[in-house]
Design a protein around this ligand. Structure first.
Ligand code: SF4
Ligand code: SF4
Length: 380
């Protein structure tokens, strides 16, 4: 069976408007709880938490545990790579950030149409293979949000890759855009180890609409909503690691519990999940997983992930103009140096960053219309 991985993309922060303000005390407790539970796989990236993700890993894991007691996976930031001369310095920086001499798992981060400047123009594959030969990497792979055809091309061209990190959950399983199932099948066809990200689809599957929860509880009152999502991914064949990106100790403890009790879903339960998926789909307005890849690209400093999250929650409370989420948006708008939805100048710099293919400027117009109203405290 797979092991539960500690994803470090959404760590707790002291100031929710500053992704670098990591709550180190809280993360340290989470790391200790995770290690005590018998798991030891950490996943970070050069770009997480606006560049402090890897050093947070060093402070909370490398500096406190023997090197052979944990495994570390990180990712080469294809988003910023345009030429070969960048590779050595960035890789050396990553080793230093993480405080290690070698990485257990090293990925090209999000190989897809978004990053083609890097993987088309720079020989990234030879670079990571070379690092493996030098003993600086144990296993090489990729993370991708590309579709199955794209994945097949990569795996055909690069037999040296050992694993792939894929977005898999019961909502995206048969989705024609994300193609979780088809990508999983391609990875198996090429005998690759599979790592899973987004098992809760950015939190949507942990907080489902009441109607969906009712169906789940009617079938099995003892199982939590998140347990269904965890049971779906934890029992897929050829999966090595299921990453969850907990933001609190409580979430982490829940994930550990659900993972350890993830018995396989039966056929009836799989059918129920299809109905649940339809209900959730009809309630989600914006398919944003809060990965924040777009946020750095925004020239107007709009915290796109945050305003989409508020908008989704607002939309779930049908037919209400004022909601607590509109109020939270008003509070956000008063922070120094942030842009709001109507500040979007439609430059489209963010669109290519979004792995979910969201037309961000278009959705921001809807957000402005919903939130920037008199009833929510904005002057027209
Ligand atoms: S299109 Fe709008 S949201 Fe996107 S980067 Fe430009 S200003 Fe920011
Ligand atoms: S809009 Fe897209 S890129 Fe931005 S946080 Fe959401 S899913 Fe990520």
């Amino acid at each position: 069976m797979a092991q539960l991985g500690f994803g470090m993309m959404r760590l707790p922060v002291l100031d929710e408007n500053d992704q670098t303000s990591i709550d180190l005390e809280h993360v340290t407790k989470m790391v200790d709880t995770y290690m005590e539970s018998g798991f030891n796989y950490f996943d970070t990236a050069f770009v997480y938490h606006e560049g402090v993700g890897e050093s947070t890993f060093k402070k909370t894991v490398t500096d406190r545990y023997p090197r052979d007691s944990f495994k570390i996976a990180t990712k080469l930031p294809l988003f910023v790579i345009t030429e070969e001369s960048q590779l050595e310095p960035i890789f050396a920086q990553q080793l230093e950030n993480c405080g290690v001499d070698y990485f257990d798992y090293f990925m090209l981060h999000n190989v897809s149409g978004l990053t083609e400047n890097a993987w088309k123009n720079v020989d990234l594959y030879s670079f990571i293979e070379q690092k493996k030969q030098e003993g600086k990497i144990k296993h090489i792979g990729i993370s991708t949000h590309g579709d199955a055809e794209f994945l097949e091309e990569i795996l055909f061209d690069h037999p040296e890759l050992e694993f792939v990190l894929l977005q898999i959950n019961y909502m995206d399983w048969e989705d024609e855009g994300i193609q979780s199932k088809k990508c999983w099948e391609v990875a198996r066809k090429y005998n690759k180890k599979i790592m899973i990200m987004e098992p809760y689809k950015g939190g949507f599957l942990a907080d489902v609409p009441e109607e969906a929860e009712k169906i789940m509880k009617e079938y099995n009152p003892d199982k939590s909503v998140v347990s269904w999502a965890m049971r779906f991914v934890a029992n897929l064949e050829d999966v090595e690691v299921v990453l969850t990106g907990s933001s609190t100790l409580e979430q982490l403890e829940s994930n550990i519990h659900e993972f350890k009790n993830a018995d396989p879903l039966n056929d009836e339960e799989l059918e129920i999940l299809k109905d649940v998926g339809e209900i959730i789909n009809s309630n989600i307005t914006v398919d944003c997983t809060k990965c924040r890849y777009c946020v750095d690209a925004c020239t107007e400093n709009i915290d796109i992930a945050k305003v989409f999250d508020l908008y989704n929650k607002h939309q779930m409370l049908e037919d209400e103009d004022w909601t607590p989420f509109g109020n939270a948006y008003l509070n956000y708008s008063k922070l120094p140096d942030v842009g709001i939805a109507s500040d979007c100048i439609e430059c489209e710099a963010c669109i290519d960053e979004c792995p979910q293919g969201i037309n961000i400027p278009d959705v921001l117009k809807d957000v402005a219309e919903a939130f920037e109203t008199e009833v929510n405290g904005f002057q027209n």
